[in-house]
Design a protein around this ligand. Structure first.
Ligand code: ATP
Ligand code: LTN
Length: 334
């Protein structure tokens, strides 16, 4: 791995089928970074079990997510792609960082509050300390940049605070990472409730477009997307539904907002929705085809899994050993 390139770390939970929001807010940007940075892209299965998962489904979703990472164009030769649970250093550093994270900080996390409301029957300690594990993910690899969607900004800020706190006590151990949040596609909203973000664990299936949705399904979900009582396609805070569809259109076609508004200035909502749907289908169809090709190649996938874990393990060990020494754990006798 080139030492002169800046390092990038990001991850996604295998908590369900991935959405257009995940693709536009995260995956699509990751592929653009792979030539210029030394990138690690993790499948954060340890984070996923902070809400109850069916074991067989979790295993399948993890493999599907890996396949989708590859299908969107992430190259396992250029990037380190691996499962979080295969690199136990995440858990070990996570524990240490728990001891450098205040309850007051964790209490303020909006993702925690949202998930508590959604999973009132299972408000477990893992859900609460999720951000310290996320900090460990990033800091283990001394990442300079972390490309994520807007919803992760708060977790990243906390990661920076934890890194600075630790460095303040022990010297420069961790690189303090910066967020990398692209403007386009950073927050795709739910189709029928455009005041909420599109989320893969949403129970209303008409709120989300899945990366693997068939064209007819995509067109149908688009048709049902919430709009408003005007008939004017423009980007405005009081028009969250139309603004969201415009945002999707701009992201998938790489168009500027003003140009998109001009393009749809004189058309009705029906025509506009069809155009957005067709643009999404055009973007996703080739990816879906690649998913089917890759998932048929078991040996290839297994090799990616094995190599990714080995590469990640190598870097993670270096940081963890240093941290263990700094905090005063006794050296191992070999
Ligand atoms: P869950 O519903 O299980 O909480 P999620 O759909 O919110 O999942 P994550 O796995 O938490 O997705 O996030 C993966 C990446 O996708 C993160 O970088 C996140 O910021 C980004 N992301 C998630 N939802 C959106 C969205 N609606 N718009 C843009 N980016 C998103
Ligand atoms: N918390 C993130 C997933 C995640 C992540 C990370 C993202 C876990 N660890 C490290 C970037 C870097 C989420 O819920 N989207």
């Amino acid at each position: 791995m080139a030492e002169d390139k800046k390092r990038i770390f990001s991850g996604m939970q295998p908590s369900g089928l991935i959405t257009l929001g995940n693709y536009l807010g995260a995956l699509n940007n990751w592929t653009k970074l792979q030539d210029d940075y030394d990138c690690l892209y993790c499948i954060v299965d340890m984070h996923a079990i902070t809400v109850r998962q069916d074991p067989a489904k979790l295993r399948k979703q993890s493999r599907d997510l890996l396949t989708q990472y590859l299908a969107v164009g992430l190259d396992p030769e250029k990037n380190t792609i691996y499962y979080q649970s295969h690199v136990s250093q995440h858990a070990e550093l996570g524990w240490i960082l728990n001891c450098f994270t205040y309850m007051g900080e964790l209490n303020r996390m909006t993702q925690f509050k949202d998930k508590c409301a959604k999973h009132a029957d299972n408000i477990n300690a893992g859900l609460y300390t999720y951000p310290s594990l996320m900090a460990a993910d990033i800091l283990l690899y001394q990442a300079d940049l972390v490309p994520v969607g807007e919803d992760q900004r708060q977790h990243l800020e906390l990661t920076r605070d934890i890194a600075q706190r630790f460095n303040g006590v022990y010297g420069d151990v961790f690189t303090v990472p910066e967020g990398y949040i692209s403007k386009v596609g950073a927050k795709i909203m739910a189709l029928q409730e455009p005041e909420r973000k599109m989320s893969k664990s949403d129970e209303n299936k008409n709120n989300t477009i899945l990366l693997m949705d068939e064209p007819a399904v995509i067109m149908n979900k688009m048709k049902r997307a919430m709009t408003d009582s005007e008939n004017e396609v423009r980007f405005a805070p009081e028009k969250p539904g139309i603004s969201n569809l415009l945002g999707i259109y701009c992201a998938v076609t790489d168009t500027k907002m003003a140009d998109a508004e001009r393009e749809f200035a004189n058309v009705g909502y029906g025509t506009f929705k069809t155009a957005v749907g067709e643009a999404v289908v055009a973007q996703l169809e080739p990816i879906q085809k690649r998913v089917h090709e890759i998932e048929a190649d078991k040996a290839y996938l297994d090799a990616v899994i094995k190599n990714g874990a080995e590469k990640a393990n190598y870097i993670a060990t270096r940081t963890l050993s240093k941290v263990q020494k700094k905090v005063g754990f006794p050296p191992r006798i070999r």
